[in-house]
Design a protein around this ligand. Structure first.
Ligand code: ATP
Ligand code: MG
Length: 351
């Protein structure tokens, strides 16, 4: 029916630690922001993560993966064991759940906006206007597990971790970055290290040059990764859209989060622009076992991830409403500590 075709089916994975706490607020804000939209969200919760593995032995079964695939989007909190929890093999949940999900759903764009909101202290003395997005490649580079170790635990050990860069993989993320730049301030910065990483670096450069022909109104800049880290601290307002590989993007986006006020505000999307596959939206931070269960976590990063999701789902007005409510709340934040749900309530009531 027409009513059914208006429904947006959302998978919610609260996960471990502070994941369920921040996701509860994100859902609260999603409902407030979309109350007036014709499209209604239908939520299905999935229990996944370290606690779920301990209880059931499942990391991410093919059956659960098949169910997740049927949704329009995934809202994700955080997964992971507390450090020192010896019941859970190190890296198990990351590899067999998170990476499996990312590779199966081919989330080739890791999108991380970096914006310094008025009222947020930056560690930079003179931050200027910081408002850029990093488009990090999500499925290739040194993270594909292509490598090995020889003569392990001898003085002659050899370990390799091969960075994989395909013409297809680079082109699709570069084209996406150009599109995003076109919709913003029309400046794209490619970050790599092509003077040393010659083979991959030149593929990235040639691809940016070739795809750039289709976007003559977008100015293209190039920075080596080391120079990019300097400029992110000394002159971050020079950036609009940054496109980079998986490893450089990982490092650069943590730096970007740091200069814009930290981990409690950093949102991200793991995106596949093919709309038949659900993209996944999540705060950049982890499960923070040190503060879990205490209502101390800042849910803003999870809430801003909802804004990214709404934008991706073709609800830009709702996305803007969330973004503006967050900005308003941040601008009015005093020094008094608020609980996780107090922050969520405040933002929801602004909507
Ligand atoms: P992961 O391996 O899952 O990325 P991590 O070891 O990088 O985890 P986080 O879980 O992100 O670490 O936590 C890092 C630090 O930041 C911790 O001290 C945590 O308490 C704090 N932190 C993380 N998220 C938040 C948040 N939303 N609000 C407040 N503090 C946070
Ligand atoms: Mg981390």
């Amino acid at each position: 029916s027409a009513a059914e075709s208006q429904a947006i089916s959302l998978a919610v994975i609260p996960g471990d630690g502070i994941g369920p706490e921040v996701i509860a607020e994100a859902v609260k804000v999603l409902q407030a922001a979309t109350a007036t939209e014709a499209a209604k969200f239908e939520l299905t919760e999935y229990k996944l993560g370290a606690e779920h593995w301990l209880a059931s032995g499942e990391t991410l079964s093919d059956e659960t993966l098949a169910k997740l695939r049927t949704h329009d989007a995934i809202l994700f909190g955080a997964v992971g064991a507390a450090p020192g929890d010896t019941r859970i093999p190190s890296g198990l949940i990351e590899r067999e759940m998170l990476l499996k999900l990312r590779f199966s759903l081919d989330h080739y764009i890791n999108l991380r906006p970096a914006k310094l909101f008025p009222g947020v202290p930056s560690p930079l003395a003179d931050p200027g206007e910081i408002d850029f997005v990093v488009v990090r490649e999500g499925t290739e580079g040194p993270y594909v597990g292509n490598g090995g170790a020889l003569r392990v635990d001898t003085p002659y050990e050899i370990a390799t971790e091969v960075s994989v860069n395909t013409a297809h993989g680079v082109e699709r993320v570069v084209r996406d970055a150009f599109r995003r730049a076109q919709a913003r301030r029309r400046k794209l910065t490619l970050v790599h290290k092509h003077n040393v990483l010659v083979h991959a670096g030149h593929l990235w450069r040639r691809t940016v040059e070739a795809v750039g022909q289709e976007f003559p109104d977008v100015a293209v800049d190039y920075l080596h990764i080391d120079a990019a880290t300097i400029f992110m601290v000394t002159d971050p307002s020079r950036f609009d859209v940054i496109v980079t590989d998986n490893l450089f993007g990982d490092i650069l986006t943590d730096l970007a989060a740091a200069v814009t006020g930290g981990i409690g505000l950093a949102a991200s999307g793991n995106i596949n622009m093919d709309r038949t596959v659900p993209s996944m939206f999540e705060p950049v931070h982890g499960s923070a076992p040190d503060i879990a269960g205490q209502q101390k976590a800042d849910p803003t990063a999870a809430i801003l991830s909802v804004a990214l999701m709404l934008e991706h789902l073709g609800l830009p007005e709702a996305a803007t409403r969330v973004q503006e409510a967050v900005e308003k709340d941040i601008a009015g934040r005093g020094t008094a500590a608020r609980t996780t749900s107090e922050v969520g309530d405040a933002i929801a009531s602004l909507l």
